[in-house]
Design a protein around this ligand. Sequence first.
Ligand SMILES: C[S@@+](CC[C@H](N)C(=O)[O-])C[C@H]1O[C@@H](n2cnc3c(N)ncnc32)[C@H](O)[C@@H]1O
Length: 334
Amino acid sequence: MTTHPDDSSVPARLFDLIQAPLRWQLVAVGLEFALFDRLATPATAADLAADLALDAGRLGFVLDALAAMELLVKADGRYRLADEASPYLRTDGPRSLRDLLTTLPRLRHGDVAALLRGETADAPLDMTAPEFWDRSAFSLRSFHRGMGAAAMMAVLESLPEWPSARRFLDVGAGSETLSLTVAERRPDMTATVVDLPPMASRIAGRLDTAGAAGRRVAVIAGDFNDTEWGGGYDVIWASLTLYYARDLVALLAKARRALAPGGVFVSLHEGLTAERTQPETHVVGRLAAALRGQGRSFDRGAIAAALSAAGFARVDSRDVATAFGPFRLDCGRG
Ligand SMILES: C[S@@+](CC[C@H](N)C(=O)[O-])C[C@H]1O[C@@H](n2cnc3c(N)ncnc32)[C@H](O)[C@@H]1O
């Protein structure tokens, strides 16, 4: 979707950046006007403009630009949602990223100059408000359904312990999606998620309507630092959540105690390198949060070192490429 994908020279990258905010705005406009849902069936700009009370000529420019980005296909003057984009951009798509796309930019984008000057350009997040947790839950579920769970399942299914695993624990799960996928794919397994009470209640609500697989997923509501997790887990998973450990080594030691003999603790987090200037996805993506005083990224090797300090006899680490950036996988055994 970039102008010159083969040219990574500085001028080409700078020129491309002029377009980047426009690309994002086009997607945002597509969501705001439900263009992607409407174009599940082909329509002309005039058809759509009449429905939306917009000017057909101007709408045509927007639709052409979305077609240039290969999110729409234009043929004989009619536009339709590209097949490849459909599961992600339709509201009812099985992997709809709509909730993620409408919430995450509010956190990631910001007035960098104002934040740099120390002016608080945005209202602080109110973690006591139900709306905060609703938005987080919708955003995380969308992230997990659209891309997170697929990448995480690929990691889990690559573990040598996975075929014989029976009990799975997801610490700081954020949604039921990963555990439900485990339960659906593996009728011989049960899963447990731990999350803070407001998130746990939203997860439990979804599981209630998730049928037989949902009944094999248990929810523990509480702060993972203090709550009892039970024990005997074959695989304990923690992704993008260890920032909230009060004492990382103590939390990992707790995970180790909760493992069954032969079990494995698996962490998937960024691992910053090059003096915290790489990978770009995480450094730039988390810039606004960092400027708001919420910078929480791990350095590469930090989790592996904490696993050793927590008593794991064997720690293996490798890089994992995902649609949402490069990550470091750290596994603790023994
Ligand atoms: C960024 S999300 C990550 C969700 C998911 N693991 C993933 O990889 O996408 C962090 C999750 O950790 C949960 N969390 C944060 N602090 C927690 C704590 N002290 N105890 C339990 N869960 C916590 C949040 O509610 C949220 O669901």
